[in-house]
Every structure is written in structure tokens, then in C-alpha cells.
Design a protein around this ligand. Structure first.
Ligand code: ZN
Length: 286
């Protein structure tokens, strides 16, 4: 029997796998608590693990030779950190830095390679996510060239809100500026404008979003484009996604899986997967 769960109890990629596949993966998944600022992978360093965030969010950050930085994507419960691992890439392409603390599931690179070679279902799931991530990266590239900082800031906040519970973002203007790859003064000006318009309230490293719809109205089209790409992965209304057929349980050394929990990065804002798509998975209790 599936238990009612919060949408932030586990990872969507794992949630959408069949029960059979969940049992296979369970033995190689390790629950981790991640702290803000923790570097999961450093650019150019050997990729030893991949992470499937649950309540944590992780920024993928590119660093330039002169010390500049910019977030190229954010990963939360909809995805994984370390997509290069299953493509045979031994080194991380970006820094992966924990933005919001919380739990995640970790798997060794060797185990990821083993399971993607063993299971087309797992491989297809990771490829689907990678395709959505490519859309994210391409859109971010266009966004920085063609859209104003005001719009980019709104997009950035929405993308992080979508991957967490609540409407508070714990971040300073300085940190936001580094992630957006712009000067702090520009972020402060744009944030003050939003505050005057009653959309957010900023105090000492905490942004309270007061009017999410106002934020959406001010964000550029990139937010919607990327959101729809991840929603298709989640089986959103325009996804064409088909739930996996129910599978028989294999003999497994760990027996029954942990209580099921599903949350979804759906297109409709209600991110709980339809009952028919729920699959057993390792839960991540807080
Ligand atoms: Zn944009």
C-alpha cells in the first residue's frame, strides 16, 4: 500500500522508476545530509558519486580563470548531479555546490555505470533528465544575452522556489550576484525594485516571496520553457509520458522497499504525481 507523502520526501527520477527497478537500485543508494556551501563535485576532479537531491538543492556553477562565476543550472528533487557519470565522463564539468541544505541520495559512479548497463529503464530515465537539463543550459545561455537582469532575477528565484518547500530563499545579494554572474549593485537595485512593488521582502540574507504570481509575471519566457521541459520528464500534461507497467518483484537481498513517497515537478504547480504513476522508492525522512 502506498502511503500519503509530502512532495519533498524524495527524488523524482527515483520515484518514477518501476518497483522492480527501485529494488535493484536500493542497495546502492546511500542517504546523505547536505550542508549549504558543500562542494559535491569540483570542476575537473574525478566524478566519484552522483547525487539525487530530495529536499536539498544544488547549484551547478562554472568558474572562469579570473575568478568569475555563474550558475548554469540548479538541481533539486527533479534531477541528479553528475550526469557525466553514466556517459563515461570521469571528471566533473562544473562545480556542484549545495545551495539549500537537506537530504539527497548518493550513488557511486561505478554503481551508476553498472545499473545503466543492466537496465534500459534506468538509462532512459537518466537520458530523459539529461535532455531536459540540456534545454535548461541552452535557455540559460540565451537568457543571459537577451533578457534583462530584472527578468533573470525573477526567473532565478522561481527556479529555486520550485525545488523547495515554502516561499523563503536564504541567500544574500552577494551570493545571488555571483550565481547570476553580475555585479552585486545590479542585484540590489533589481531586488529593491521588486520590494517596492510588494513582490518580495528582503532582510539580512532572507528573501520572502510575497507575490509569486507577480514574480512569474515579471520573469522572462525562459522560466516557462525550462519548467515545461522538466514537467515533460515528470509526466506533465503535455509530456506523452507513459507510466511503467507494473512489474513483478525480483528476488532481492533487501526484501521489500521502504515506504513509498512521490513528489513531482509537474507543469500544473500541483507537483504530486497522479496515483497511477506512483512507484515505490526509498523515502527520505527529515
Ligand atoms: Zn530569460
Amino acid at each position: 500500500m502506498l502511503l500519503p507523502v509530502s512532495r519533498f520526501e524524495s527524488n523524482q527520477l527515483l520515484a518514477h522508476l518501476s518497483r522492480t527497478e527501485s529494488l535493484w537500485l536500493e542497495q546502492d543508494l546511500e542517504r546523505m545530509e547536505l550542508a549549504t556551501g558543500q562542494v559535491l563535485n569540483a570542476c575537473g576532479a574525478p566524478l566519484r558519486h552522483v547525487y539525487f537531491p530530495a529536499s536539498a538543492t544544488v547549484s551547478l556553477v562554472s568558474i572562469t580563470a579570473d575568478g568569475g562565476s555563474a550558475e548554469v543550472a540548479v538541481v533539486g528533487c527533479e534531477g541528479m548531479v553528475g550526469v557525466g557519470a553514466f556517459m563515461g565522463n570521469a571528471c566533473a564539468l562544473n562545480d556542484a555546490v549545495v545551495q539549500r541544505p537537506g537530504c539527497a541520495w548518493r550513488m557511486s559512479t561505478a554503481a551508476v555505470l553498472h545499473h545503466t548497463r543492466r537496465s534500459s529503464e534506468f538509462m532512459q530515465q537518466l537520458l530523459g533528465y539529461t535532455q531536459a537539463l540540456f534545454t535548461d543550459l541552452a535557455q540559460a545561455s540565451a537568457c543571459t544575452r537577451h533578457h534583462g537582469l530584472d527578468q533573470q532575477l525573477c526567473r532565478w528565484m522561481l527556479q529555486h522556489l520550485d525545488r523547495q518547500d515554502g516561499l523563503d530563499l536564504r541567500i544574500t545579494h552577494e551570493r545571488m550576484a555571483r550565481l547570476l554572474g553580475v555585479r552585486r549593485e545590479g542585484v540590489t537595485y533589481a531586488a529593491l525594485k521588486l520590494q517596492k512593488e510588494g513582490v518580495i521582502d528582503y532582510r539580512r540574507g532572507r528573501i520572502a516571496v510575497l507575490d509569486r504570481k507577480g514574480l512569474e509575471a515579471r520573469a522572462c519566457e525562459c522560466y516557462g520553457v525550462v519548467r515545461r521541459a522538466y514537467a515533460r520528464l515528470a509526466g506533465g500534461p503535455d509530456s506523452g509520458h507513459r507510466a511503467h507497467p507494473q512489474a513483478e518483484l525480483p528476488g532481492h537481498p533487501h526484501g521489500q522497499p521502504a515506504a513509498a513517497g512521490v513528489r513531482c515537478f509537474g507543469a500544473d504547480g500541483g507537483r504530486t504525481a497522479p496515483e497511477g504513476r506512483r512507484r515505490p522508492q526509498p523515502s527520505c525522512e527529515r
